[in-house]
Design a protein around this ligand. Structure first.
Ligand SMILES: *Cc1c(COP(=O)(O)O)cnc(C)c1O
Length: 373
């Protein structure tokens, strides 16, 4: 006797499409039999992690038989100190992706809804659908807006209904690289119902140098319904270890703590994150390499008459002037992995992670080959 195991799954889960990650270098080289490929597809730090983080890992290798500290005492305390909040406000996650899912699991369900923008981070719809909640997607800014395809906070507010329990705001957003200013975001949060959680996803905050860009953690005392999420995957270069966190009202953190796995963050990740957090020089250098890389890429696009979405992250979406998927495929054959973003409603763009100068150059040269310029 057999069963249709797909039909057996929860309704929300049946409709899920798996997240499409950037292609690993090893996979490309295995498939095409090529070497010396570069990956500018997953917004990883081209400088890698802080040397201090790597050193901390080495000293832990003989302790791997032991469970990690399930409460992440040292890291949560250091984060709390840095952010000027109580340690009870911090929830660690296996990547910030994990905390986004914890929020969905704890506060969303069938009959409840979540609001996010079109062209926003792909994990929001996944987390919302998986728990059977309704996704209410707000239209984004028009392509000719100063923040093309960026979050339109007024349109997002319009999507909030009595069933809405969670709003996701990515600042800056991935894949667009657009951002919202402090005054606008503050006013937006202030206008939301007290029983609607506003999640401000600051995965790339360390890169942003705009004077009007807000640090939403400053508003936690003012807005009990605010949750700020951050990660060690991006500027701290620890994507492979999987660690991120949420900062929130202690009651929210207490709830998230009940649904998380007891050991959701591993010992290596906690130790490396603790060191990465204090390596200001590495963060500063990463910001500088990114700033120069964004300029390099922007200038190259300008010279070639290619449009692009102005970005404050460590990635940039370029309009290749036609359907981007074949350009993506052709770049793979040149050994350059970038990210097609058709799945995000941007079929003419490719998202390129900002690399070091020679990697950016390599991408531009490959793009010239492919576009025959
Ligand atoms: C990369 C990213 C994250 C999460 O990454 P983790 O590796 O799970 O910490 C969260 N939000 C946005 C917008 C991202 O781009």
């Amino acid at each position: 006797m057999s069963c249709d195991f797909q039909a057996l799954a929860n309704a929300g889960v049946q409709k899920l499409m798996p997240y499409q990650p950037g292609k690993p270098v090893e996979e490309l080289e295995r498939e095409l039999g090529i070497s010396e490929s570069i990956k500018l597809a997953s917004n990883e730090n081209p400088l890698g992690p802080s040397p201090r983080a790597i050193q901390a890992l080495g000293s832990l290798l003989d302790q791997l038989a032991q469970y990690p500290d399930g409460n992440g005492f040292a890291l949560r305390n250091r984060l709390a100190e840095k952010l000027g909040v109580e340690a009870e406000c911090i929830t660690l996650g296996n990547g910030s992706n994990d905390v986004l899912e914890l929020i969905a699991r704890a506060y969303l369900a069938p009959g409840r809804s979540a609001v996010f923008s079109a062209h926003a981070f792909a994990v929001y719809p996944l987390a919302v659908q998986a728990v059977g909640a309704e996704a209410r997607v707000a239209a984004a800014h028009a392509p000719d807006h100063a923040m093309p395809w960026g979050h339109d906070l007024a349109a997002m507010a319009d999507q909030v209904t009595a069933t809405t329990r969670v709003i996701f705001v990515a600042n800056p957003n991935n894949p667009t690289g657009t951002w919202v200013d402090g005054q606008s975001l503050h006013d937006f949060i202030a206008a939301q119902p007290a029983d609607t959680l506003v999640v401000v996803d600051e995965a790339y905050c360390e890169y942003v140098e705009e004077p009007d860009y807000p640090d939403a953690t400053r508003w936690l005392a003012e807005f009990p319904n605010l949750i700020v999420t951050r990660t060690f995957s991006k500027i701290h270069g620890l994507a492979g270890l999987r660690i991120g966190y949420a900062v929130s009202h202690p009651q929210v953190a207490d709830i998230l703590n009940r649904v998380r796995q007891p050991f959701n963050t591993n010992a290596l990740a906690q130790a490396a994150a603790l060191e990465a957090l204090d390596d200001d020089a590495h963060v500063r250098q990463s910001v500088q390499v990114n700033r120069e890389g964004l300029q390099q890429l922007g200038q190259a696009f300008d010279e070639r008459g290619l449009g692009y979405i102005p970005s404050v992250g460590n990635f940039i979406c370029v309009d290749v002037g036609g359907e981007a998927e074949p350009v993506y495929q052709a770049l793979l054959h040149q050994g350059v992995i970038v990210r097609p973003v058709g799945g995000y409603g941007l079929p003419r763009h490719l998202r390129v992670t900002v690399g070091r100068a020679h990697e950016n150059r390599r991408f531009i040269d490959a793009l010239d080959q492919v576009l025959k310029r």
